[in-house]
Design a protein around this ligand. Structure first.
Ligand code: ATP
Length: 306
């Protein structure tokens, strides 16, 4: 109901009385009052005059009703341990494709290999549950599609020179602005779900704890609405997952990477390999030209650009 009232206030941009709102939504005038009070508590600037209510300003909140056409698939929490954990539970409970779990803060945000992802207020933290209709051998394209979509919207809508570091972190001016993480569950030869978790530094500033980090706010010198970034990203990513566009992902991704053509060091728990990153193959593996001229296929590892 709060979302409905808000939608009316937004669409009308004029004063709406308690009586009018109560009649429209078939609720009492005191219920209208209560809902308006709750919206004000949530940060919406709604003025009250004898003629009624007017929406003055909407804060940067991530409630489901802020994402109109996706409302039913958005699950917002002020604080969670990790959106990945919440989303995993939902995925196991059969939530639909493109369910999105969002949090203002994570107390145990994580990156790959259980590394910590600093998740203070002001950043954008979410996990999307996907049930893509692609064979397991193509699952990686979904991850590449996510990092491609994010780099694109940072470049196209915020004029940032965003580049993806293989396999999927996003950097601007050699500083990390976003990290992506994915978890997949399969059933014999079929993907049950792929969850993609994304942390983006927006109006937070993790640089004091993580010197190589940056944020939209520090790059642009102003606050940016997280709900705008999320809406743009979800639209872009959804488009990239249309069956006819999926085959183009890997080639397009290569145009947004900072890794190809660079001398890199790949570190795994077993070995360190150095060489020049010359290509990404169809499976998402990095092809390294070693110093002796041989080509080595790298499936995973920490990638350091030298
Ligand atoms: P790499 O940066 O080499 O790709 P990684 O792939 O393990 O490392 P992730 O798993 O995406 O990175 O994220 C975890 C790492 O990111 C942490 O170990 C830390 O160095 C860094 N980090 C943690 N929180 C943030 C943040 N909010 N912004 C930028 N970097 C962060």
């Amino acid at each position: 109901m709060k979302g409905c009232i808000l939608k009316r206030l937004k669409s009308e941009n004029t004063v709406l009385s308690e009586k009018q709102l109560g009649k429209e939504f078939d609720i009492s005038e005191s219920s209208v009052q209560n809902y308006i009070h709750e919206l004000q508590e949530a940060g919406y600037d709604i003025s009250r005059s004898p003629a009624g209510y007017r929406l003055i300003n909407a804060p940067d909140v991530l409630f489901p009703w802020e994402f109109e056409k996706r409302e039913a698939l958005i699950h917002y929490f002020p604080e969670v341990d990790s959106t990945m954990d919440v989303a995993r539970k939902m995925a196991k409970d059969h939530c639909p494709h493109f369910t999105v779990v969002i949090a203002d803060r994570q107390t145990k945000g994580r990156g790959r290999l259980k590394r910590k992802w600093i998740s203070e207020k002001g950043g954008l933290y979410f996990t999307i549950v996907l049930r893509p209709d692609v064979p397991i051998s193509m699952a990686h394209t979904v991850n590449f599609g996510a990092s491609l979509s994010l780099a694109r919207i940072l470049q196209d809508h915020f004029a940032l020179h965003a580049r993806v570091k293989w396999p999927n972190d996003i950097f601007v001016d050699d500083k990390k602005i976003s990290g992506l993480l994915s978890e997949m569950e399969t059933d014999e030869d079929r993907i049950v779900f792929v969850n993609i978790g994304i942390g983006i530094n927006v109006n937070n500033d993790p640089a004091s704890e993580e010197p190589n980090a940056t944020s939209l706010k520090s790059l642009l010198g102003k606050n940016v609405l997280r709900k705008t970034i999320l809406s743009l990203f979800l639209d872009e990513f959804e488009n990239s997952l249309i069956p006819s566009t999926i085959p183009a992902i890997m080639n397009q991704w290569k145009q947004y990477t900072m890794t190809l053509g660079r001398d890199v060091r790949i570190v795994t728990s077993r070995e360190t390999t150095e060489g020049t990153a010359i290509d990404i193959d169809e499976s998402g593996a990095l092809l390294l030209k070693l110093h002796d001229g041989t080509i080595k296929k790298i499936l995973y590892g920490d990638c350091f650009i030298r």
